[in-house]
Ligand binder design. Structure first.
Ligand SMILES: C[S@@+](CC[C@H](N)C(=O)[O-])C[C@H]1O[C@@H](n2cnc3c(N)ncnc32)[C@H](O)[C@@H]1O
Length: 297
């Protein structure tokens, strides 16, 4: 199963940092607020927010623990710059660290934190390895909060992916799209097949129980585990595809190797395919969000 390369995620998130909150964060305000509430943060506590991004929800935690400390860790300098500006604008203190979450959690002193939050970043980490390491860093009574898209998210894309993998239709469409020779079309097609041939390339957990089980390996007991469905509507398939790219949702290392002409083709193929899901309100895209809060007793 492919794990995204942090370098690729960094470049991708540097690019989307400016539009990220408008395109993504506002849709998941409910689950974020719920996770923060379930973490039951107290004044004076020390918290790490792994893969903190633009810091919207990191700052909410900073308000709650003030005059404690919140350390925001992220691998994208663009996302961290937005978090820094936001903290300054709100006059709140945030400690921001440019690092991989994996390294931060592996090297944080034992029992040095009251809470760890990790929101919407499991697709970019080897979460089976990282989640069990969180327990060691927490003091007794410390909490870990994990928020993630589950593998059942964006079923519309998953259905198209399955459909296209089995059918000769994309090969013909690629030929029309590229206006190239049969040989060149075949070469591009074979590369796309290689890139997306792996049926399990999405690496987020299937269930909140899987998240809880990994946290339990680090000595944490799950007290809250819930899922929430969120439906987004788009005017067209093309808008839905653009949202997937511009919000950072499709940040996957497989895409790093796709040539621009093939990328434009995939965008068109999926945009057209999504039209088959049209309802009176537009094109639906479903997200399944899972939240887990676990405690060190
Ligand atoms: C979908 S955003 C989530 C940001 C924030 N937690 C939120 O919920 O708004 C994913 C974030 O993970 C960061 N990221 C990806 N791989 C990382 C890694 N290995 N270590 C630290 N941050 C990483 C990206 O730079 C990006 O800011």
């Amino acid at each position: 199963m492919a794990i995204n390369s942090p370098e690729y995620a960094q470049i991708a998130y540097d690019r989307v940092a400016d539009g990220y909150d408008d395109l993504w964060s506002r849709h998941v305000a409910g689950p974020n607020t719920r996770l923060t509430r379930d973490l039951a943060l107290q004044r004076g506590e020390r918290v790490a927010d792994l893969a903190c991004g633009t810091g919207l929800y990191t700052l909410e935690m900073a308000r709650l623990v003030h005059p404690g400390e919140v350390v925001g860790v992220d691998y994208s300098e663009g996302m961290l710059a937005t978090a820094r500006e936001r903290a300054e604008a709100e006059g709140l203190s945030l400690t921001l660290v440019h690092a991989r979450a994996e390294e931060f959690i592996a090297t944080a002193p034992a029992r040095s934190l009251d809470a760890v939050s990790l929101r919407f970043a499991l697709a970019y980490l080897d979460w089976r390895e990282v989640l069990p390491r969180i327990g060691r860093t927490l003091r007794p009574g410390g909490r870990a909060g994990v928020l993630t898209s589950l593998a059942s998210s964006v079923p519309q894309f998953a259905e198209l992916y399955r459909r296209f993998r089995k059918s000769p239709e994309p090969a013909w469409k690629l030929f029309e799209h590229t206006h190239r020779s049969l040989g060149q079309t075949w070469r591009l097609y074979r590369k796309l097949k290689e890139t997306f041939g792996e049926p399990h390339f999405i690496s987020v957990p299937a269930t909140v129980e899987q998240v809880a089980a990994r946290l339990a390996q680090g000595g944490l007991t799950a007290h809250e585990a819930w899922t929430e469905n969120i439906r987004l509507w788009f005017d067209s398939g093309a808008e839905a595809v653009a949202w997937m790219e511009d919000s950072g949702y499709v940040t996957h290392d497989s895409l790093e190797h796709v040539e621009p002409v093939a990328m434009r083709f995939l965008e068109r193929l999926f945009a057209q395919g999504l039209e088959s899901f049209r309802e009176p309100m537009g094109i639906p895209i479903d997200l399944v969000i899972g939240g887990v809060v676990a405690r060190r007793d």
